[in-house]
Design a protein around this ligand. Structure first.
Ligand SMILES: *[C@@H]1O[C@H](CO)[C@@H](O)[C@H](O)[C@H]1NC(C)=O
Ligand SMILES: *[C@@H]1O[C@H](CO)[C@@H](O)[C@H](O)[C@H]1NC(C)=O
Length: 212
């Protein structure tokens, strides 16, 4: 009896050891020495990992809202938080000054927001152009389904604070006005493809640094 069980126990034990040494496939911490692609960064060599790769400490501090939209978005995504690379998840902190906005934008991930303090109007535009928007207060949570245009506006008397989570580590933010104005596509073409007039396009190009 013992002659048989001992080798079996040994085999099982060796199998467990080999499985546990293969456990680095549990994650793929970003190696910032390589360029990012649609699937994120290549994996950092496991020999160089530390717990700090899995911790991001930047969301306790308000961002600088001195800009045209009076807003700061501080992201903990795979560009700044190597541990989320490849895991389909990220977070951000939104500081929205009085009257400030997170302008109309889209990304290839769903987003859930929780308001910590302040009063904001948040909404999204569905693909049939139906708009879903509502005033949110402390503790309210709203979901913005993936790839739909959405926005947040601070309508309160104080700075607003919210946190969001996205089901992507690399969501690919695209701000509509900045995309229209921050490029070198000739104004005549933008007029044709948007029905905006040339003066409106020039204004956007001036604000967002576009040319032509
Ligand atoms: C680990 O990090 C050190 C210092 O950044 C670097 O010199 C070394 O090449 C890294 N080793 C591996 C295996 O990536
Ligand atoms: C905030 O940003 C503005 C504009 O870039 C800059 O002038 C100002 O110094 C910044 N304030 C702080 C506290 O960093």
């Amino acid at each position: 009896m013992e002659l048989i069980t001992k080798p079996i126990i040994f085999i099982i034990f060796s199998l467990l050891i080999s499985l546990s040494s293969a456990s680095v496939v549990d994650f793929c911490v970003a190696d910032f020495n390589f360029p990012v692609g649609p699937a994120g960064f290549p994996c950092k060599n496991p020999a160089n990992l530390s717990v700090n790769d899995f911790v991001f400490s930047g969301l306790g501090v308000a961002g600088n809202t001195s800009n045209i939209f009076n807003v700061a978005v501080t992201s903990a995504n795979d560009n700044s938080f190597p541990g989320v690379n490849g895991l389909g998840i990220s977070m951000a902190r939104l500081d929205i000054g009085v009257g400030g906005v997170v302008p109309l934008h889209t990304h290839r991930a769903s987003e859930v927001i929780i308001v910590i303090h302040g009063t904001i109007i948040a909404g999204f535009i569905a693909s049939d152009n139906t708009v879903y928007f509502k005033t949110l207060n402390k503790g309210d949570v709203m979901i913005f389904p993936q790839s739909l245009l959405h926005f947040q506006v601070n309508i309160g008397k104080n700075q607003a604070l919210a946190f969001v989570s996205l089901n992507s580590a690399h969501a690919g933010f695209q701000f509509t006005s900045a995309s229209l104005g921050g490029n070198d596509l000739p104004t005549e073409i933008i007029e044709k493809i948007t029905l905006l007039d040339s003066q409106q396009i020039k204004t956007l190009k001036n604000v967002f640094g576009g040319t032509n």
